[in-house]
Design a protein around this ligand. Structure first.
Ligand code: KIV
Ligand code: ZN
Length: 568
């Protein structure tokens, strides 16, 4: 049960004293070195850790995306990892520009086993860690500060020795003071400096110091303060590549990584879509795409993000959330009518200015840039308004509803959405449109027509065959145009119809092109819409009138409910 006074059990994070912090006014203007830890930290956290096949697939994917540093496993802790690393090396699966990284504990036999796993690698990072956090020193390992330093230094010395015995490999050394963010800053500096000395790190042969937020325990600005403090205070900063390794326990791993980069970090360790222990490692996809949307190319390729997500889901056997930034199934979808309307206008503006800086409402990124489509942007449910419905009809079916008709038709769709309680697909919208307007061919239908005109007269005469309740009859009329002549002919046959509004356009292209006519007529004092399609625009408009008459007669014709408020 939650405590009335959580302060009795939990303490606030003790901030670093850094009143002259510089990082808040900095910007990230270039990508960091990205290191994927999917195959190690990510894999360690899986319900069902990856087998060789899944590991190989994920490795290949990481290479394809553009990672140049990949932590491939913890070979001294897992036979599967050991075999995988060996198979990568023995089968020549590592591209020349990719460096593999392996994790080891700071213990002699585990270090030796690690070197067995990576023997023969062209380029490798050996990553050693020990816990430096005071609670771990006291409770878990029962070591003093000097003993903790000794563990790190001895491991470093051994690794350095092993590296010198295998000069064919291009080695890099990495040290992580585990739980850096909850370690006393002075002690973190002291142990890292001792390790630097043991390794002999210089500006020419730098080592990586990885400063993990093993458990995220504070707001991300604290991590940034710690990184800035560390970078400013550590001896010989140039001999270090400063790396961060955020976890996401508070849900701010991405913000933490960004702020620590502003604070001086050079490198980020994380995973695709944030898989990792507990709430995960920092999500490199989000980090990379956040950079991209600020105009900085991340150096990783997520142009086709959906297949990447599916492959990662397969390898991890874990789903990616439908609202995951940049990739989730729902993130390029707007359900709310006002959002749909704004997106529709933004997209139209974009089409008019395709080379302008991206500025479309509610969409922080052009879906096309990550291989998603505009068509998928708008879907319709009972929360949607006419904007989304018209947009889908226009984009996917070439039907450009006049404004008043779109208001009326949105009520038809709304009724379907309310009845089904489900999301309405564009196909369902088209079907509703066809049923409501195009399919209205009884009891009255146009069969055919002929037009006659005199060279010097503006008048047109029309003779049409229509069907009334299954019976054919011929009607005749004259007017200032074909539609006016048809209305006259209908009046002569007892159907009083007055045209209020009329729109037409062509739909489709080439041999498949057809005309579509939207007519709004007044019958018995009521305004009714009808829609007709045909190869000929004249026939389309006449069919539109018949559709309106049939809708008026049919019990299902909704009373036109176009009020001033709905037009606003
Ligand atoms: O989260 C962590 O501290 C780690 C270390 C091994 C770097 O994964
Ligand atoms: Zn970790």
């Amino acid at each position: 049960m939650m405590l009335d006074n959580p302060a009795a059990k939990y303490r606030p994070f003790a901030a670093v004293d850094l009143p002259d912090r510089q990082w808040p006014s900095r910007r990230i203007e270039q990508p960091p070195i990205w290191t994927s830890v999917d195959l190690r930290d990510g894999n360690q956290s899986l319900i069902d850790p990856m087998d060789q096949e899944r590991k190989q697939r994920l490795f290949d994917l990481l290479v394809k995306i553009g990672f140049k540093e990949i932590e491939v496993g913890f070979p001294s802790a897992s036979q599967t990892d050991f075999d995988f690393v060996r198979s990568l090396i023995d089968n020549g699966k590592i591209p020349d520009d990719v460096t593999i990284q392996v994790l080891t504990q700071a213990r002699d036999h585990l270090i030796d086993r690690t070197f067995e796993a990576i023997k023969g690698a062209r380029s490798a990072i050996v990553h050693v860690y020990n816990a430096t956090d005071p609670m771990f020193r006291r409770v878990v390992f029962n070591v003093s500060k000097p003993e903790c330093i000794q563990i790190a230094v001895e491991a470093t010395t051994r690794i350095r020795q092993r590296m010198s015995e295998a000069p064919e490999t291009n080695w890099t050394f990495q040290y992580s003071p585990e739980l850096f963010t909850t370690t006393e800053m002075d002690f973190a500096k002291e142990i890292v400096e001792a390790v630097m000395e043991a390794y002999g790190a210089t500006a020419e042969t730098p080592m990586i110091v990885n400063l993990p937020a093993t458990v995220e325990v504070a707001t991300p600005n604290n991590y940034a303060d710690q990184v800035e403090w560390f970078c400013r205070n550590v001896n010989d900063r140039e001999a270090l590549i400063v790396s961060v390794h955020p976890h996401n326990d508070r849900g701010t791993g991405v913000a933490a990584a960004e702020m620590t980069l502003m604070a001086g970090a050079d490198r980020v360790e994380g995973t695709l879509f944030g898989n990792g222990e507990r709430t995960g490692n920092v999500d490199i996809v989000t980090l990379a795409m956040n950079l991209y949307t600020q105009g900085v190319h991340p150096g990783l390729d997520f142009s086709n993000i959906t297949p990447i997500m599916r492959e990662v889901e397969y390898c991890n056997q874990l789903p990616v959330h439908p609202r995951h930034p940049y990739v989730g199934d729902l993130v390029f979808t707007a359900f709310s009518g006002s959002h749909q309307d704004a997106i529709k206008k933004g997209m139209a503006d974009r089409r008019a200015n395709p080379d302008a800086i991206w500025d479309v409402p509610y969409l922080p990124i052009d879906p096309l840039d990550v291989g998603r489509s505009y068509e998928a942007v708008i879907r319709v449910n009972s929360q949607s308004g006419k904007g989304g419905i018209s947009y889908l009809l226009e984009q996917e079916h070439g039907i450009e509803l006049p404004r008043r008709l779109s208001i009326e038709f949105s009520q038809v769709v709304q009724e379907v959405a309310d009845r089904t309680g489900k999301e309405i697909t564009s196909q369902m919208i088209y079907q509703a449109f066809a049923d409501e307007y195009l399919g209205q061919t009884v009891p009255y239908a146009l069969v055919n027509h002929r037009l006659f005109s005199e060279p010097d007269s503006p008048k047109v005469s029309l003779e049409a065959t229509i069907e009334e309740h299954g019976e054919r009859r011929t009607i005749q009329g004259e007017g200032n145009g074909p539609l006016a002549a048809y209305i006259k002919a209908l009046a002569g046959a007892g159907h009083d119809v007055e045209i209020i509004d009329y729109h037409e356009h062509s739909r489709g292209q080439g041999a498949d092109a057809e005309a579509i006519a939207y007519v709004e007529v007044r019958i018995d004092g009521k305004a009714v819409f009808g829609v007709g399609t045909d190869e000929s625009i004249t026939s389309a408009s006449m069919k539109g009138v018949m559709s309106a008459i049939n809708r008026h007669l049919s019990s299902q014709a909704p009373a036109p409910n176009v009020t001033a408020a709905s037009l606003a």
